[in-house]
Design a binder for this molecule. Structure first.
Ligand code: ZN
Length: 242
């Protein structure tokens, strides 16, 4: 799947899941008490911040692909990183396209955010930058102007959330949801994903129904449909309840 589709599906999954998660009763000793993590997820600013973070996180699994959008977003830095991730995870669509990665990325981000506020802010800024890039802000020809537009918008968005007292207790959860949306999306493609990595079995649609990445269906139908879904979900979630 293309970066654009992944980012939109990440935002959509966040907007679908956040209210349900926030409404969860205390889970008792089962998984610890989630209340502090989900308590503020539903203020309008946090909902928007979560959708952007989730959209950015939905690009992370493709760090194992040096030609993917994410690998080319921050120039040589992300390219070298993606080469390293590609080598570590055993190639494209291996470890980073599994539930193992979803959980590890979520818990890793949560622990980082919990301990290092600066690290948390850097992750948030990078993910917002990625999300904006994925939906088409700052792409054309990678000119300096487009990079500056992306940086300016990212900084402005981050400062806006800051002014609205957005807390990021849910950051790890949003990263996990974004990565999950990616794995699910790639399972809809013809190559599938090793969902239960390290088991090698690829999960994909039967009868070769899987999408071919970047073909007309994804560009002309799936992309626009996902955009409409995201805009519609934003409208539903942010509309004041009568
Ligand atoms: Zn992928």
């Amino acid at each position: 799947m293309m970066g654009h589709s992944h980012a939109l599906s990440g935002a959509a999954l966040w907007l679908l899941a956040a209210p349900g998660l926030a409404a969860l009763p205390e889970l008792g000793g089962l998984a610890g008490d989630l209340t502090p993590v989900v308590a503020n997820m539903l203020s309008p600013a946090e909902l928007i911040a979560g959708a952007l973070v989730c959209a950015g996180a939905a690009m992370l699994p493709d760090l194992d692909h040096p030609h993917a959008t994410i690998a080319q977003t921050f120039g040589p830095a992300t390219w070298v990183l993606s080469k390293a991730v590609n080598w570590l995870s055993g190639g494209h669509r291996h470890m980073t396209h599994s539930l193992f990665f979803v959980v590890a990325a979520g818990i890793g981000t949560h622990l980082l955010a919990d301990r290092y506020p600066i690290g948390r802010d850097i992750v948030v800024v990078l993910l917002i930058g990625l999300a904006l890039r994925a939906v088409g802000i700052g792409i054309p020809d990678r000119t300096i102007t487009s990079a500056l537009v992306n940086i300016g918008l990212t900084a402005g968005t981050f400062l806006f959330f800051h002014s609205r007292d957005v807390g990021y207790l849910w950051l790890g959860l949003a990263v996990a949801i974004g990565c999950l949306a990616h794995v699910f999306g790639d399972c809809m493609t013809e190559r599938g994903c090793p969902v239960l990595w390290p088991l090698k079995h690829k999960w994909l649609l039967p009868w070769k129904m899987g999408l071919k990445t970047g073909r007309a269906f994804e560009v002309k139908i799936l992309g626009p449909v996902l955009s409409v879904v995201v805009v519609g979900l934003f409208a539903i979630r942010l509309m004041p309840v009568m």
